[in-house]
Design a protein around this ligand. Structure first.
Ligand SMILES: N[C@@H](CCC(=O)N[C@@H](CS)C(=O)NCC(=O)O)C(=O)O
Length: 236
């Protein structure tokens, strides 16, 4: 392994954030031990490795943990710079632009997706979906700027933003099924729609979970949350 050392990833199969890390590790051709966490019963290793947030993913490199998916993907790019192509652009301004859109994806796309997805009422679901569609249309502009007419955010090959959005892709596709709305729509966001097709065809996309499995998982989680809310309401 160029860059050297032992890598261990703490994740869950359905976590879009852990998927980002798995995509980056795949692109850099790095082998690693994968530990599937039970988030209802977090391991001591997770709690001691990420004491601030207690969340996955955590990448442990030579016994030293790194948390937060965006930080981890950048770390992998820097620590294993000689493994394949760089994910972040080499030009400082282009690197800053890539980081800007990564923050946009986490702030706007993720926030509205979560709202659409975990809405308790039809009204909340519609509002979340509306905001998600607006955010995705804005991101279409980000793809236009970053790709400069090439296939990926990273240009001719997959880069940092492709990894950042790619981890979310099965969830966005699953949300289409769950909320009955086209999110990456060929008419409204043609660049993102074509990007999703291209990204889904990459070898690296093999690390992503199956959309049907995610939809089933999401339905079970929703039912559990609804039951817990009903039980809490009955107590009061
Ligand atoms: N901002 C974090 C988000 C990580 C996150 O939300 N992880 C979830 C799993 S998808 C988690 O570990 N949740 C456990 C908890 O909230 O207790 C990242 O990018 O890594």
């Amino acid at each position: 392994m160029a860059g050297g050392g032992e890598l261990k990833l703490l994740g869950t199969w359905a976590s879009p954030w852990a998927c980002r890390v798995r995509i980056a590790l795949h692109l850099k051709a790095l082998s690693y031990d994968y530990v599937e966490e039970d988030l209802d019963n977090k391991s001591d290793l997770l709690l001691t490795s990420n004491p601030v947030h207690k969340k996955v993913p955590v990448l442990i490199h030579n016994g030293k943990p790194i948390s937060e998916s965006l930080v981890i993907v950048q770390y992998i790019d820097e620590a294993f710079a000689s493994n394949g192509r760089s994910l972040l652009p080499s030009d400082p301004r282009e690197r800053a632009i890539a980081r800007f859109w990564a923050a946009y994806i986490d702030d706007k796309i993720t926030a509205s997706w979560k709202q659409a997805f975990s809405a308790k009422t039809e009204e909340e679901r519609l509002e979340g979906t509306k905001q998600l569609l607006v955010a995705v249309e804005t991101l279409e502009g980000g793809l236009r700027v970053c790709s400069k007419g090439k296939p990926f955010f990273g240009g001719d090959s997959v880069g940092y933003l492709d990894v950042v959005l790619g981890g979310l892709l099965p969830w966005l596709q699953g949300t289409e099924a769950l909320c009955g709305v086209e999110i990456l729509d060929a008419a409204r966001t043609p660049l993102l729609s074509a990007w999703a097709e291209r990204f889904g065809a990459l070898d690296a996309a093999g690390v992503l979970p199956d959309v049907g499995g995610l939809v089933e998982f999401a339905k079970v989680r929703r039912a559990q949350q609804a039951a817990a809310a009903a039980a809490a309401a009955a107590k009061n």
